[in-house]
Design a protein around this ligand. Structure first.
Ligand SMILES: Cc1cc2nc3c(=O)[nH]c(=O)nc-3n(C[C@H](O)[C@H](O)[C@H](O)COP(=O)(O)OP(=O)(O)OC[C@H]3O[C@@H](n4cnc5c(N)ncnc54)[C@H](O)[C@@H]3O)c2cc1C
Length: 393
């Protein structure tokens, strides 16, 4: 190992934090300097942003507190450019330049409001604590007077948000708008439970509906139907930062960093990509961005970097999905257990047991960071068994 190996981790979201903390522990007797870059000092619990939108206050977790005792340096700022040939990262347009020997690219994703006119101007998103808090303030205002809320995107984020808002503000008319049926990827029983919960909470569900325009007080659907919306929340589709693409690092058609079976960039092997910003293929298909899949990529990458620094071989990354945990307000939830490729098994949980399960899942990253400073705790529920034993095509 070269002396004073410099690792820079871009992004202190779910995966960047785990990668930094675990790598610090794995290399604690080595001459390795780890630096994490993130725009905010507060750790964003993205899994709970719909709770913030509905007016709940979350515990405040500061990144420096979570990193305390690890020796990891925190730089508050936004990475604005990467020079993969010179191995540097520019922060805040040149305010700071960081050299690296190994780069961990963990910049995550955000709601893609660029594809539909008006969405970037009129719609709220759940990307960060700031946006969720602004939505919370608007909903509080509206909740008192009464009004309409359109949640665009019938995926699990949309379902969780619609349920949470409808439960917190029973006086608001909440409409969930999506192409597919809510919970389409679940088994019939879990999906039926999810639908009953939305009905009970008074959420109007529009299926087979594509939003074509977001207006100040409504959304327009394909075919011309207008759905009134004093508030529009956008959860339909995600995009990733353009930093890797701009730097000439190989990306796929969506801008995700293309990686080899050990999660290293195919164009720049000293760049490791994890979480939502990485294009990862397993033998069963493509991983889609979730915390569930992201945490194992971070764990794996920390271990892989430590092994590479010791000159040891690294086995390919293996991951299989295990569950789809979905909150339905604070008093109900549904958990669909899955096969490695995220297709549903027969087993599912609902009601109180599911609420407890979901809360355990949502709270587990922070617990993992704390414990991970002192011991090696696994963030991987399933490596996919037989489904990941053969290499990805
Ligand atoms: C409301 C909601 C509910 C969800 N529920 C679930 C769930 O139940 N289960 C599940 O598995 N997944 C869920 N997800 C998805 C999950 O949150 C993401 O898959 C996960 O956050 C990905 O982790 P990440 O580390 O890749 O990205 P993130 O956690 O988004 O972290 C990326 C970090 O990079 C920072 N960053 C971005 N650009 C820069 C830059 N230029 N310079 C420096 N830092 C930068 C960001 O500020 C952020 O801190 C949910 C998402 C939302 C929005």
């Amino acid at each position: 190992m070269r002396s004073g190996h410099r690792v820079v981790v871009l992004g202190a979201g779910y995966t960047g934090m785990l990668a930094a903390i675990r790598l610090a522990r794995r290399t604690r007797r080595m001459d390795v300097r780890i630096t994490v870059v993130n725009p905010s000092e507060r750790f964003t619990e993205r899994l709970r942003m719909h709770q913030v939108a509905a007016g709940q206050e979350l515990a405040e977790h500061r990144i420096t507190d979570l990193l305390a005792g690890t020796g990891v340096t925190f730089v508050r700022g936004t990475a604005t450019a990467i020079d993969p040939e010179g191995r540097t990262v520019v922060v805040d347009d040149g305010a700071v330049t960081l050299g690296y020997d190994t780069l961990v690219y963990a910049l995550g994703s955000s709601a893609d409001t660029g594809g539909v006119p008006g969405a970037d101007v009129h719609a709220f998103t759940l990307d960060g604590a700031g946006g969720a808090a602004r939505l919370a303030a608007r909903l509080r205002e509206l909740g008192a007077a009464g009004g309409t809320v359109a949640v665009c995107g019938g995926g699990l984020t949309g379902v969780e948000a619609a349920a949470e808002i409808a439960e917190a503000y029973p006086g608001l008319d909440v409409t969930l708008i999506g192409v597919a049926e809510p919970g389409a990827m679940m088994g019939a029983k879990a999906r039926a439970h999810l639908r009953r919960a939305l009905d009970r909470l008074g959420v109007t569900v529009k299926v087979g509906a594509r939003v074509t325009k977001v207006l100040p007080d409504a959304v327009e659907l394909e075919g011309g139907e207008i759905v009134p919306a004093d508030v529009c929340l956008w959860t339909a589709g995600v995009k990733v930062p353009s930093l890797a693409r701009d730097a000439g690092i190989a990306v796929d058609e969506r801008g995700l960093v293309v990686v080899d079976p050990t999660l290293r960039s195919v164009s720049h092997p000293d760049v490791h990509a994890i979480g939502d910003a990485a294009a990862i293929r397993m033998a069963w298909g493509r991983i889609h961005g979730t915390c569930q899949s992201g945490m194992p990529t971070a764990q794996y990458t920390a271990d892989a970097i430590a092994r590479l620094l010791r000159g040891r071989p690294v086995k390919p990354f293996r991951f299989g999905y295990f569950h789809q945990p979905v909150s339905l307000g604070r008093r109900d939830a549904v958990i669909q257990f899955t096969r490695a490729d995220d297709t549903p098994r027969r087993a599912y949980l609902k009601g109180r047991a599911a609420v407890l399960y979901k809360e355990t899942v949502s709270g587990s990253p922070i617990k993992l960071y704390r414990l991970g400073k002192r011991m090696n705790v696994s963030a991987t529920l399933s490596k996919g068994g037989r489904a990941t034993r053969r290499p990805a095509a």
